[in-house]
Unconditional design. Sequence first.
Length: 93
Amino acid sequence: MKPTEQALEIIASHILFVNASDNVVKPNYTKRHFINALIVFQNALMDKMYDLQNSEKMKPEDRINMAENCGAELRKLIHTYTGIDTHDIENLT
């Protein structure tokens, strides 16, 4: 197993363990912690998008458009439900 895969297994297992316990508490992620989780999610999302693009034999310009649209939609989703603008780097710490 690759180091990244191991790290993801550890983090996911810990979160599931905590959530299954009788003492579930709000994690109180900082904006930086949230962005770290987002980086992991976005990396996995792009990996799976790449697989889809390959299976559909997409042209390079369509791949670029798809990736840009995905990023824009993800930014909008995050801003709508958290008020966090992922492009406002100065306020993400």
